[in-house]
Design a protein around this ligand. Structure first.
Ligand SMILES: NC(=O)c1ccc[n+]([C@@H]2O[C@H](COP(=O)([O-])OP(=O)(O)OC[C@H]3O[C@@H](n4cnc5c(N)ncnc54)[C@H](O)[C@@H]3O)[C@@H](O)[C@H]2O)c1
Length: 270
């Protein structure tokens, strides 16, 4: 049990990569708080984990709200007496070039994808310090490292998240707090559809290309063909969750400030 008795919090835990992370962490022995706006899927997930004997908690959360995030951290700590692991996975895929991105769109993407991690860290770090250390894992994107047209705010939010990760790693190293990012490539989730549903005001940018069929990822789509080599197909949510498990666990005790690309061949060749 790689996370036995650890207390973990996963934002965006109701779907996709976050959900796979919650499930894997629970299998690894962690107690997991699921924070998400999608309370229907979140409740079904937590009910299933509890029925299987795991310890889990749903805290309905909008990560763009200071009040919600404070409640999330307080409820988790009250339930289990502390906090060891924070995974910032909540995110939305909202498109637009720099010129097409009106200020509200820009602000919303940064609030959900980037300021959310500032917020959760601000409330969580004191609890990690009280515990003698901990691990923060931020789900960024290949798009935080390279540019693709029509994702101005999204790319900026993910690049910012990689920078924030390094900052936290430097700032809290003396408290034994590690912070690492994961940059997925194209992962087969419903990110695009979920984002449209959660953020209808920003659902479609007239200048945007049609969503990639192989994966919900805003990153360039790997081929969808099932017979294609594994490293050229869309990744699975669990591919990212395994990386998060390593970074969250004591096996990564000397790994901090890193940005781990989980993108198949997209890591090296487009
Ligand atoms: N799927 C990909 O190809 C891919 C590639 C690179 C990075 N990512 C990143 O991975 C993360 C997870 O995405 P996914 O692909 O699993 O998509 P997903 O839609 O399955 O998961 C995103 C989750 O975040 C939640 N969420 C969105 N806004 C929220 C808010 N304001 N407050 C709380 N929860 C909120 C959604 O309800 C959902 O459960 C995102 O940050 C995304 O940017 C995904």
């Amino acid at each position: 049990m790689r996370l036995k008795d650890k207390v973990a919090m996963v934002t965006g835990g109701a779907n996709g990569i976050g959900r796979a992370t919650v499930e894997l962490f629970a299998e690894a022995g962690a107690r997991v708080a699921v924070a998400d706006r999608d309370t229907r899927k979140g409740k079904a997930l937590v009910d299933g984990l509890l029925a299987g004997g795991a310890e889990a908690l749903l805290v309905p959360t909008d990560v763009s709200s200071d009040t919600d995030v404070a409640t999330l951290v307080n409820e988790t700590v009250r339930r289990w007496g502390g906090l060891d692991i924070l995974v910032n996975c909540a995110g939305v895929d909202i498109t637009g070039s720099v010129v097409d991105t009106e200020p509200e769109r820009w602000q919303r993407v940064l609030d959900v994808n980037l300021s959310s991690a500032y917020r959760t860290c601000r409330f969580s770090v004191p609890h990690l310090i009280a515990r003698g250390g901990g691990s923060i894992v931020n789900i960024a994107s290949l798009q935080g490292m390279y540019g693709w047209a029509n994702y101005a705010a999204y790319a900026a939010s993910k690049a910012g998240l990689i920078g924030l990760t390094r900052q936290i790693a430097a700032e809290y190293a003396d408290h034994n707090i590690r912070a690492n990012a994961i940059s997925p490539g194209g992962i087969a989730t419903a990110l695009g559809a979920n984002s449209d549903q959660l953020e209808p005001r920003f659902a479609h940018d007239p200048g945007a290309p049609a969503p990639a069929p192989a994966a919900a990822s805003p990153a360039p789509a790997p081929t969808a063909a099932p017979e294609a080599p594994r490293l050229r197909r869309a990744g699975l949510p669990r591919d990212v969750a395994w990386a998060a498990l390593f970074l969250a666990s004591d096996e990564a005790a000397y790994v901090t400030g890193h940005n781990l690309v989980v993108g198949g061949v997209l890591s090296v060749a487009l």
